[in-house]
Design a protein around this ligand. Structure first.
Ligand code: 4NP
Length: 162
């Protein structure tokens, strides 16, 4: 199962989601079956590592943050099984690259998998203070945990029928 997390710049929210998911998946029954990557709808920060403030917030939760920013491309629609947008603008920008709606079913909103937070979107922390980065880590930990549980139960069901 290949998962792609997408935000605007690919230096704050989506690399955090990618690294949190890798961290949670490693301790799960799907440790060898999930592959994660992340991308931005914009190319402003292509080649850059995750934002230092996001790295600092992740380290506080013992989550290492690695990666190098890249822009989302149309080939991602075929290279990934699931594409997770951080906010509605990301979602619309992704779908705009698929005018025929061929891959629409693969594109989901990340917050739909959260159960402990009421947010519909992962807020962009870039122009705010440190607390915004901490909040993004907590919200994404909730959403990644929900997504992982869903993938685990889908896997269990498909195993039991095969
Ligand atoms: P991200 O955050 O989309 O979560 O990576 C942002 C990073 C950079 C900018 C905006 C949001 N920017 O305007 O440069």
């Amino acid at each position: 199962m290949k998962l792609l997390f997408v935000c605007l710049g690919n230096i704050c929210r989506s690399p955090a989601a990618e690294n949190i998911m890798n961290h949670l998946a490693a301790q799960s029954t799907l440790s060898n079956e999930i592959e994660c990557d992340s991308a931005g709808t914009a190319n402003y920060h292509s080649g850059n590592p995750p934002d230092r403030r996001m790295q600092a917030a992740a380290v506080k939760r013992n989550i290492p943050m690695i990666g190098s920013a890249r822009q989302f491309t149309k080939s991602d629609f075929t290279n990934f099984d699931l594409i997770l947008a951080m906010d509605r603008e990301n979602y619309q920008n992704i779908l705009a690259l698929d005018p025929q709606g061929k891959y629409r079913g693969k594109v989901k909103m990340m917050c739909d998998f959260a159960s402990q937070h009421p947010d519909k979107e992962v807020p962009d922390p870039y122009f705010g203070g440190a607390e915004g980065f901490d909040y993004v880590i907590d919200l994404l930990t909730d959403a990644c945990g929900g997504l992982l549980s869903q993938l685990e139960s889908t896997r269990t069901r498909s195993r039991s029928v095969s």
